[in-house]
Design a protein around this ligand. Structure first.
Ligand code: FAD
Length: 511
């Protein structure tokens, strides 16, 4: 009769649950589990939030959301799934800034990593002597920066935008204008705590459980849920000299970029972008150009249709403040930008790192932040970048004439990455990050997506060996091509750490 009672309760729960949440019965048996009391929810507001991401082009509903308050909550849930005959999928969700449902779990459970962050418990512990911070993976990078700056310290490798979680960027790579010098965020981590797909928790580093350490870094959430990361720190600079130089000639632009990233003690940050739209030269990534210059920049874009912007930064503090100007003057004299089109700003270190926030808040206030973002990010080998410029920026993009918003293009040094990690990168010593950071309307995002497909096809037909970053592949064939010779290791690691294929199903790698 007790069997009958449980069944009746489950039927009543199912009938009372909002329509979006009862697509699969699998995780229901855990709802009444005491271990998760109050932490596992099927409230439609939570389900709806977990079904959506920054991309706003997918809506993938989980059956439940776990708001863990401890590592044990997560291990218990993973074990429950792993040991069950009908296991359910689980996706760690950082800040949900994926663009294609990568942090989703259709009919499974989304684990909200942000709920682990607890100021009172000390989610960020800084060791001044060890020069590292132990950080809960659900922390945002801005929280890490604010905490470490209190002690005059800072991580060295960043993303352009700081409202991303540590676990989320470490699952991808995490790169920005500092990467050519310091490597991506995944090479600036000393230790991780990871819960594997079997529900086992392990501390790992280059010397301890190293295979799991390398698997998890850039591992797209496939091998475990990262709960803690030890991030390398250095002494924080105080201020940043922030320069932009405009170019008409792509080969002059890339020659200068490549020379600067080969120098050992030159600039601290280097990026670049393409300007091909007749709108105001600033965009949400930063408000930069003096308004009095907008017109002449726009008319240069109109005249040449495509121009390029080199962006560099030199940090400084009390000791280097007397030499930094001279150094930057010397640097600017060595560059082949269009004379008269050099811009300079002097800002605090934190204002520079947090430069995207102002644009985000402004778009949010206009209701333009939570819109579709059909992004395309690529790594293009150096030997192919001029072909890419010709065929894509000056070809596909001009022809279609729909691209707006930031288009990034800047080189990085391969030797600052680590081949043992899961992240897929091109083989050449130098490769370019190219990012189409598109914002669209709900009724036109597919046009941008079609342009993305056209660009990918162009790269493939030209055998460029370009690799997607924040990858999206609709079939496993795409993933096999994505990882190339590393695919076998990726599969072996999946078999070892998540044999039931429970974790991060939204990446769509293993069906
Ligand atoms: P989510 O979207 O929540 O998750 C991403 C993936 O990681 C999912 O598969 C998820 O299951 C998995 N995951 C999340 N947390 C964990 C964890 N603790 N353990 C294991 N797996 C986990 N990237 C750059 O490299 N450089 C940039 O400059 C940059 N700029 C950006 C600017 C904006 C405005 C946005 C929206 C994104 C940017 N990104 C950039 C991309 C960003 O790094 C990724 O989208 C990243 O995944 C976002 O982190 P998140 O915390 O939102 O992750």
């Amino acid at each position: 009769s007790s069997q009958f009672g449980v069944t009746t309760i489950l039927i009543i729960i199912t009938l009372l649950t909002p329509i979006t949440t009862y697509t699969s019965p699998q995780p229901w048996n855990i709802l009444s589990h005491n271990d998760f009391a109050g932490k596992l929810t099927t409230a439609s507001s939570s389900i709806d939030a977990a079904a959506t991401d920054f991309g706003h082009v997918t809506k993938i509903f989980p059956s439940a959301v776990l708001n863990p308050s401890s590592v044990e909550d997560i291990t218990d849930l993973v074990k429950l799934s792993y040991n069950s005959q009908s296991s359910f999928t689980l996706a760690a969700r950082g800040h949900g800034h994926s663009h294609r449902g990568q942090a989703s779990a259709r009919d499974g459970v989304v684990v909200n990593m942000r709920s682990m962050v607890n100021r009172d418990r000390g989610s960020i512990k800084v060791s001044r002597t060890g020069l590292y911070a132990d950080v809960d993976a659900g922390c945002l990078w801005i929280e890490v920066l604010n905490k470490t700056l209190e002690l005059g310290l800072t991580p060295v490798s960043w993303t352009d935008y700081l409202y991303l979680t540590v676990g989320g960027t470490l699952s991808n790579g995490g790169f920005s204008g500092q990467t050519f010098r310091y490597g991506p965020q995944i090479t600036n981590v000393q230790e991780l705590d990871v819960i594997t797909g079997k529900g086992e928790i392990a501390t790992c580093s280059k010397d301890m459980n190293s295979d799991l350490f390398f698997a998890a870094l850039g591992g797209l959430g496939q091998f475990g849920i990262i709960t803690r990361a030890r991030i390398k720190l250095d002494v924080a600079p105080k201020r940043a000299k922030w320069f932009r130089f405009l170019y008409i000639d792509f080969s002059e632009f890339t020659r200068d970029q490549e020379r600067l990233i080969s120098e050992t003690d030159g600039v601290d940050f280097l990026e670049g972008s393409v300007m091909l739209d007749h709108g105001p030269p600033d965009n949400w990534r930063s408000t930069y150009y003096p308004p009095s210059d907008h017109l002449r920049i726009v008319s240069m874009v109109k005249r040449h249709r495509v121009i390029y912007c080199l962006e560099v930064v030199k940090y400084y503090d009390e000791t280097s403040q007397y030499t930094v100007n001279e150094e930057m003057e010397e640097l600017s004299e060595s560059l082949n930008y269009v004379k008269g089109f050099m811009y300079e700003k002097d800002v605090t270190y934190i204002d520079f790192l947090n430069r995207v926030r102002t644009g985000e808040l402004s778009l949010k206030s206009k209701g333009q932040w939570d819109v579709p973002h059909p992004w395309l990010n690529l790594f293009v080998p150096k030997s192919q970048i001029s072909k890419f410029d010709h065929g894509v920026f000056k070809g596909i993009v001009l022809r279609n004439n729909i691209t707006s918003g930031p288009v990034l293009v800047y080189p990085m040094n391969r030797n600052k990455w680590d081949d043992r990690m899961s992240a897929a990168i091109p083989e050449e010593d130098v490769f370019y990050a190219v990012g189409f950071l598109r914002s669209a309307d709900f009724d036109n995002w597919e046009a941008y997506d079609r342009e993305n497909m056209e660009i990918l096809k162009f790269c493939e037909d030209a055998n460029m060996k370009a690799i997607q970053y924040l990858p999206y592949h609709s079939s496993q064939e795409g993933w096999v091509r994505h990882f190339g010779p590393r695919w076998n290791v990726f599969v072996e690691r999946k078999d070892k750490y998540d044999p039931k294929m429970i974790l991060s199903p939204g990446q769509n790698i293993f069906q």
